[in-house]
Design a protein around this ligand. Structure first.
Ligand SMILES: *[C@@H]1O[C@H](CO)[C@@H](O)[C@H](O)[C@H]1NC(C)=O
Length: 206
């Protein structure tokens, strides 16, 4: 029986280790180059969302629209606004129904009434922003238009926070208070994220 000399064995081992090492090195190098450029829309959305205050909510609400967003900061901001509007509209309807329900304490009824108004203003402001966003094309007017959008979205956020603050007091019923706060806080977080993405888009285009 032929046996492999220890010297030969070491030589083979050395070659094998070299090949394995170079293979590992090159694949990891390729991987790090790849991750530096957002290749996919999902990757782009994750990266952009990292700059918002609520990155996980940002990613979960926007990644489902990845095929539409592609890797466009403008489409990302526009989609964030659309998602926010749809959530604000739903919440506004829920609040309107709740405000008409019986058994509310006078303080709750008053806070609810204010909230319904604030939310409807917030919905209007988001609508105006979306309208302006869809008209953003010519570079000459875009700075002023983005300014308008930023102002309206900030106003929407203020309205939502005012509504939520109205339910902060101890006088409020636990159930109504928690339903309202969970919903409003969600809308406010979506709005805050949309504003961050708009600001990011404004920076890129500035
Ligand atoms: C957002 O909604 C508006 C109005 O419905 C629509 O025209 C626009 O295409 C939507 N934008 C995106 C990116 O989905």
């Amino acid at each position: 029986m032929e046996s492999i000399s220890p010297k030969r064995f070491l030589k083979f081992l050395f070659i094998f280790v070299c090949i394995a090492a170079s293979f590992t090195y090159s694949t990891s190098a390729v991987r790090s180059v790849r991750s530096a450029i957002p290749k996919t829309s999902t990757d782009f959305i994750r990266r952009s969302c990292r700059e918002t205050t609520y990155p996980r909510l940002c990613f979960s609400s926007l990644s489902i629209h990845a095929s539409k967003i592609q890797t466009s900061p403008q489409l990302l901001a526009a989609t964030a606004l659309n998602v926010t509007l749809s959530s604000a509209k739903t919440t506004s309807n829920v609040m309107l129904k709740l405000s008409l329900s019986h058994g509310l304490k006078p303080k709750e009824a008053a806070a609810m009434k204010d909230c319904v108004e604030e939310l409807s203003e917030s919905v209007d402001e988001l609508r105006k922003s979306i309208g302006e966003m869809s008209r953003l094309k010519s570079r000459s007017s875009s700075k002023l238009m983005i300014n308008d959008i930023q102002t309206w979205v900030s106003a929407a956020l203020t309205d939502e926070n005012t509504c939520s603050d109205g339910f902060g007091g101890k006088a409020m019923n636990g159930k109504v208070k928690s339903v309202v706060r969970v919903r409003i806080v969600n809308v406010a977080q979506l709005t805050s994220n949309a504003l961050a993405l708009i600001n990011r888009y404004a920076l890129i285009n500035g």
